[in-house]
Design a protein around this ligand. Structure first.
Ligand SMILES: *Cc1c(COP(=O)(O)O)cnc(C)c1O
Length: 236
């Protein structure tokens, strides 16, 4: 191992702990064949550290900011899939449409319409998740839980968008209550809307609550600080 690789050994240890905790939660609460995907959330993290995580088997990266992503993407190991998870302005959709495989943060008709337009121009079908504001918090994006069913029906009309499921960032306190509500909502809508969409992704769980999220049916956990350590926002 070179010295540079050695500097990232904390990531090896963090990932080992994450796998262990996910396996523990799965063993108790889930079916043995359930797949829980780990997304490495890369905001403020150097592309070299991200690539080290990829070398350890991480095959999914989560991007929050368009500018930061564009400045790092050429350095990323191309073997990992990239999904967009941050709030997305419609005028930025065109910069990411060709290089991300899924957009998790769709919460308005206008955004869906713009994604559809640019996906059409690229001759691709863009997978998306509908972001749900499960805690009804003013500070957060997402569709309110009682509107999600109608929203899915509306955006399923777009020909170049495919709804794959739901994403949420629950309030930090009482997160198990909100994770439970998300599980109910996901199960109910997957069933009610099965003739128009086939939902197979429930994206929830971050560093502080991913084991809980696995308990409540998450299929994709998004982990930043738990993998890469505390974020340094002074980094550009
Ligand atoms: C930053 C971020 C995460 C990861 O948060 P951590 O607490 O660092 O694990 C997950 N999802 C979204 C949408 C984020 O912005």
């Amino acid at each position: 191992m070179t010295e540079v690789e050695n500097n990232f050994s904390y990531i090896d240890e963090n990932l080992r702990i994450i796998h262990e905790r996910i396996e523990e939660a799965k063993a108790v609460y889930r079916r043995a064949d359930d797949d829980v995907r780990i997304m490495a959330v890369t905001k403020t993290v150097s592309p070299e550290a991200v690539n080290h995580a990829v070398s350890l088997g991480i095959d999914l990266l989560g991007e929050n900011r368009v500018q930061e992503y564009l400045s790092k993407k050429d350095v990323y190991d191309k073997s990992a899939e990239v999904q967009f998870i941050g709030s997305l302005q419609t005028n930025k959709v065109k910069y990411i449409i060709d290089s991300v495989s899924l957009i998790q943060s769709v919460d308005s008709l206008r955004l869906a319409e713009t994604i559809d337009l640019h996906a059409h121009r690229q001759n691709k079908i863009m997978d998306i998740l509908c972001e749900v504001n499960i805690g009804g918090e003013d500070s957060k994006g997402g569709v309110s839980p009682d509107m999600v069913g109608d929203f899915i029906e509306q955006i399923s009309q777009f020909e170049n968008i495919r709804v794959r499921g739901l994403m949420t960032i629950p309030p930090p306190s009482d997160s198990d209550i909100f994770l439970g509500r998300m599980q109910e909502l996901f199960n109910r809508l997957s069933d009610e809307k099965k003739n128009i969409v086939s939902m197979d992704i429930l994206s929830m769980g971050m560093t502080h609550d991913y084991a809980e999220a696995v308990k409540f049916g998450s299929t994709l956990v998004r982990i930043g600080t738990g993998l890469f350590g505390a974020r340094d926002y002074s980094r550009k």
